[in-house]
Design a protein around this ligand. Structure first.
Ligand SMILES: Nc1ncnc2c1ncn2[C@@H]1O[C@H](COP(=O)(O)OP(=O)(O)OP(=O)(O)O)[C@@H](O)[C@H]1O
Ligand SMILES: [Mg+2]
Length: 494
């Protein structure tokens, strides 16, 4: 038991304001179950009790339990526990700045899932995190469905890779890169090639690509063929092995008195695989359907943009944006582009520079799954994203998916796995229809749900490995212009 006296001092610049403040306090206090006793004729004792010495001269003690005392404080968290990392907002209650270190030792991964209804402020929040991360030497690659990160990247020294039929930037999803890694035992920097992982990914890519045409499930014989042919391509036809030298024509060597540099070998591309499927279909009619479904993915066809040798130069820029907005809105090509860009980022960005902190953002992550819920294409897109999150996590990176349709993820086994396996979850304003799923996946209490239904634009509920904080962010005018790009562009266009 404790003896408790709560003392409140009211101050104001004028008598009118003072009386108004006292009226509000009496009204609000009464409504919340507090009975206020004013310290009439006890001004001196009152003043000494609150300042400067803080010894209670007024008395009026209540007997309370410790838990009651704790409950009197309406704080969710007076201060978030991370001491380092970029500024990501201000605690909604205490107004304390909130710093967030995705690589904090108490977190098992740096992955992040951001969800909220359209217009709730997901992209705004993500842009703010990206911008503030630069000062902390965190490099970010962004799969940008809407083309809304380009201005932010350019104004912060980043680069924009536009994906389009007229662009000179070419991405080949089949390309495999040697990977830099640090040997756990010796601490030495080494190189390797993860062929098995790549083969698995290309099998999934092909299943996804085939599923974009028609709604039928692939048959077991077709899946077995896809698997066999990709192994054949990487291991036998191109002769790639786990040894990084296998990706080069020649070793770096002295020829006479000259140092001869290595040249990279040509990489497999989708039509190399397709050619083998065509040959198989000539001898076995079971594969004719697969052949026809995959034709769209080859050069010159409607989804053939990525049947090429890569030509993109990624510099050491702090932000690299892959802008997909030039591809037709909601087309299969843009969906395929989202997949290919993420695959490319894993090969060329995540597999390099192991000591650099790296983040990969997929905004509008639901797009590849949208309108395909419950179909094979939706399933394979979710598998790919889930795998991508694991591959990035495995290499110490931070993968971040932002989605306005929480339920698309939650209702899919792989989508739910992305949410569950992300140590950091950001919830912005939510739709009441998603209440039951939100409750199940995040273990939210009813009052927390209500709070999310009523959330203001830009208000964020952070769940960082179980630590809950509500935050907001008030940008400077210069920042607001950058985070609000879409709005500004729309105005300019009008
Ligand atoms: N913290 C904030 N401060 C001020 N304005 C904000 C804030 N967050 C969001 N907004 C305003 O809300 C608009 C919509 O935000 P944003 O584009 O981030 O929504 P979204 O959740 O990404 O929506 P969508 O799912 O449609 O992409 C912003 O352009 C901006 O004007
Ligand atoms: Mg957005």
């Amino acid at each position: 038991m404790y003896y408790l006296t709560v003392l409140v001092t009211v101050s104001a610049d004028s008598l009118v304001e003072l009386e108004r403040a006292c009226t509000i306090l009496e009204r609000e206090g009464g409504g919340r179950g507090f009975q206020l006793i004013d310290a009439a004729y006890l001004q001196q004792e009152g003043l000494l009790s609150v300042a400067p010495i803080g010894i209670n001269k007024l008395r009026y003690p209540m007997e309370v339990f410790g838990s009651f005392l704790a409950n009197m404080f309406p704080f969710v968290s007076s201060q978030f526990s991370h001491r380092r990392g970029p500024l990501v907002g201000f605690d909604l209650v205490s107004k304390a700045p909130m710093f967030y270190d995705a690589w904090h030792k108490d977190l098992s991964n740096a992955n992040m899932f951001v969800s909220g209804v359209s217009g709730s402020g997901k992209s705004y929040t993500v842009k703010m995190i990206v911008a503030h991360s630069i000062l902390h030497d965190i490099q970010t690659a962004i799969v940008d469905w809407e083309g809304e990160y380009a201005d932010l990247a350019r104004s912060m020294g980043g680069i924009v890779v536009t994906i389009d039929y007229n662009s000179t930037n070419l991405m080949n999803p089949c390309e495999i890169e040697e990977e830099d890694y640090i040997d756990e035992h010796t601490g030495e920097k080494k190189k390797r090639v993860d062929i098995n992982e790549k083969i698995d990914e290309m099998v999934n890519f092909t299943k996804y690509a085939a599923s974009l045409t028609g709604t039928e499930q692939l048959k077991a014989a077709e899946i077995a063929l896809i698997d066999r042919l990709w192994k054949q391509i990487y291991r036998d036809e191109f002769g790639f092995t786990e040894d990084a030298n296998s990706l080069y024509e020649t070793r770096r060597q002295m020829v006479g008195d000259k140092l001869q540099m290595r040249t990279r070998r040509k990489q497999p591309q989708f039509s190399d695989f397709y050619k083998l499927v065509v040959e198989e279909a000539e001898n076995d009619t079971r594969f004719i359907d697969l052949r026809d479904r995959l034709k769209r993915i080859t050069a010159g066809e409607s989804l053939g943009l990525f049947d090429c040798q890569s030509k993109v130069s990624l510099s050491e820029a702090p932000i690299i944006v892959f802008d997909l907005s030039k591809l037709h809105e909601n087309s299969d090509l843009r969906k395929l582009g989202q997949y290919v860009a993420l695959e490319y980022i894993i090969e060329s960005f995540i597999k390099k520079n192991p000591s650099q902190k790296k983040r990969v953002i997929v905004d509008e992550a639901q797009k590849a799954l949208e309108n395909r819920e419950g179909t094979p294409a939706g399933e394979y897109a979710a598998v790919f994203l889930d795998n991508a999150f694991t591959r990035i996590r495995k290499r110490g990176g931070s993968a971040c998916a932002a989605s306005q349709q929480f339920s698309i993820f939650a209702s899919n086994k792989y989508g739910a796995s992305i949410i569950r396996n992300s140590d950091t979850k950001l919830l912005l304003k939510q739709n009441e229809l998603d209440g039951p799923m939100l409750k199940e996946l995040f273990g939210l209490a009813d009052h927390e749900l209500q709070r999310l239904y009523d959330a203001q634009q830009g208000e964020v509920r952070w769940d960082v490995n179980g630590e809950i904080v509500y935050s907001y962010y008030k940008a400077t005018p210069w920042e607001h212009k950058l985070f609000n790009t879409r709005h500004v562009q729309a105005e300019e266009g009008a």
